[in-house]
Design a protein around this ligand. Structure first.
Ligand code: ADP
Length: 226
């Protein structure tokens, strides 16, 4: 058995129990939160957070084995990226005080895409923008269409990325070791998975960044005629 297949099987097997434990821990938290026993509620909250991390990690590992090998047959349909970005913003806005501002609301031509996977890319880029920008107030999202492409750029004003690291951040398991990623949870798979998904849609992700000034990640996808 190859190393890839092993990771694939192991993460697939781990995903189901981890997802159940997470669901049970949330139910337990809700029960305890309604009692005077605040200490137990807090412990269960911590348990739930850690299980959520474990669940994310197993999902990421599974994605790496599927997507990284190009084995996944992406089912594509005409999609409105504006809708995907708006839903992702809505979902993440409740998790942060940083304002997720959509600068413009153009009507974008449809792209041929896989809804779940493109949603995953937007969530990943937005979560990174939030994670690597503590203490800042705004993240700006700019959707655009032109030259047969649709693009979405996500600008944060956070820790940024040094010139030396810019070329490596899409590599598997790469995390900035110059302090850029220290103290932030993660394993360095998100951008690798996102770039593979976008590549399998015929598009690309570009990054522009300056250390301590912030980063702009831009996803462009080809427009299809429908
Ligand atoms: P993770 O966040 O799990 O470490 P990713 O693959 O999503 O993994 O990102 C790889 C690395 O790229 C991160 O560890 C971080 O150092 C850097 N990075 C990603 N997004 C940003 C951002 N918006 N600002 C600064 N650094 C970033």
């Amino acid at each position: 058995m190859s190393w890839y297949s092993f990771i694939g099987i192991a993460s697939h097997e781990l995903k189901t129990p981890a997802t159940s434990i997470h669901a049970y821990s949330q139910l337990l938290y809700e029960e305890l939160a309604a009692t005077p026993d605040k200490q137990s509620a807090e412990l269960v909250m911590k348990l739930s957070e850690q299980v959520a991390r474990l669940t994310r990690l197993t999902k990421d590992l599974l994605d790496v084995t599927r997507i990284g090998q190009g084995r996944e047959n992406l089912k594509k349909e005409p999609l409105d990226l504006m809708k995907i970005i708006m839903e992702a913003v809505e979902e993440l806005q409740i998790t942060t005080d940083i304002r997720l501002a959509i600068a413009e609301h153009p009507s974008l031509p449809p792209v041929a895409g896989n809804q779940d996977r493109l949603r995953q890319v937007m969530i990943n880029l937005l979560s990174n923008a939030i994670k690597y920008s503590p203490g800042t107030h705004e993240i700006i999202i700019r959707p655009e269409a032109g030259n047969g492409k649709v693009s979405i750029s996500i600008q944060d004003f956070g820790v940024g990325i040094s010139k030396d690291s810019l070329g490596k951040i899409f590599d598997r398991y790469y995390r900035l070791d110059d302090g850029g990623a220290a103290g932030y949870p993660g394993v360095g798979l998100g951008l690798y998975i996102s770039s593979e998904i976008v590549r399998q849609h015929g598009g690309e992700i570009k990054v522009n960044s300056e250390k301590n000034k912030g980063s702009i990640f831009t996803v462009s996808l080809p427009v299809n005629d429908y």
